[in-house]
Design a protein around this ligand. Sequence first.
Ligand SMILES: Nc1ncnc2c1ncn2[C@@H]1O[C@H](COP(=O)(O)OP(=O)(O)OP(=O)(O)O)[C@@H](O)[C@H]1O
Ligand SMILES: [Mg+2]
Length: 365
Amino acid sequence: MGAITIQELTKSYGETQVLKGIDLAINDGEFLILVGPSGCGKSTLMNCIAGLEDITSGELFIGDDNVTNVNPKDRDIAMVFQSYALYPTMTVERNIRFGLEMRKYPKAEIDSTVKDVAKLLQIEHLLDRKPSQLSGGQRQRVAMGRALARSPRVFLFDEPLSNLDAKLRVEMRTEIKKLHKRLGTTIVYVTHDQVEAMTLADRIAVMKDGVVQQFGTPYEIYNDPANRFVADFMGSPAMNFIECTVKDGNVIIESGGQHHEVKVPSTQALKSSGLDTVVLGLRPEMITEPKPHSDSGYISQMSLNVLVTEPTGPDTLAFGEWNGQEVQARLSPEVGVKAETEGKVEIQVDTGKAVLFDPKTGARI
Ligand SMILES: Nc1ncnc2c1ncn2[C@@H]1O[C@H](COP(=O)(O)OP(=O)(O)OP(=O)(O)O)[C@@H](O)[C@H]1O
Ligand SMILES: [Mg+2]
């Protein structure tokens, strides 16, 4: 079946090691999202899985088969590249049919498959055109169609929606999720889009400089990040990172001219770390206007001097200062308006899900 096991995989170009020992066990039928900054090795890893790049060391299995040295065409993978490689001389329809004809599918089956994927991807009206007569987003959908027409063991999608406009992108995202539910085929999918990552993934692998920083469910990645890099990379708007003095296992926040001693969940770990300063990681939605029935034991009330606000529609981000460092709160639109006009707002801080980092190393405490 379509489980993928990657063991101690490295890839070097000359002297430069691009992948530095990747270990991932992807379950059969799993939707895995790969994220990480540009140049961290995502496409290289995809190409290694597809067999388009030789692995420098390590092993790769699909199901029980060791495919480390298996020819790409015998790996039973369908891939959509970051730069959608269509056959330029063929029409859209031929581009989609071609792979199926090569595999000797019956004509009637090819006809109905082409019709289905063209409908799914909203490219029915483009079937007679050549790739040069298409926009970037349309080409990308054709490339997607060509992959989806097949029923491989594994789909590899490298930023397949990056050229689509916002509305189509959201529609396609939902279609891909439905398709995955229906087919249950293993998918490895690269994206730069936070929302795409969180909404599509069964699990997310966050990469940096050729190393997997964390491999977990969207919930784990968002709420329990392994280190400051992951915490910062995932989430939009980004997590607040505030350097705070430590006192008796609590942290000190200066806001609106007053000092507050704030309780955090990892008191014991913080005490035993011996650190006298710590980086407090708090997502903007943990800093809000006071809410009734908030009594988790981790709620602190304080005021925030507001420098600027950014209404997003459903809520308003308010920028203020804690300990002389920028902090973002997430307010209701109504309170946001008040904060903007008065330059000051009463807030509550819920540190129940705060995460703490070593200021020097960025390691979780
Ligand atoms: N053929 C090659 N020869 C030498 N270096 C390469 C080659 N292909 C890729 N690289 C380098 O390997 C690193 C990883 O590249 P890769 O394309 O995997 O990044 P990526 O994570 O997909 O980035 P992006 O998000 O920009 O697509 C980069 O530093 C890149 O310059
Ligand atoms: Mg890439």
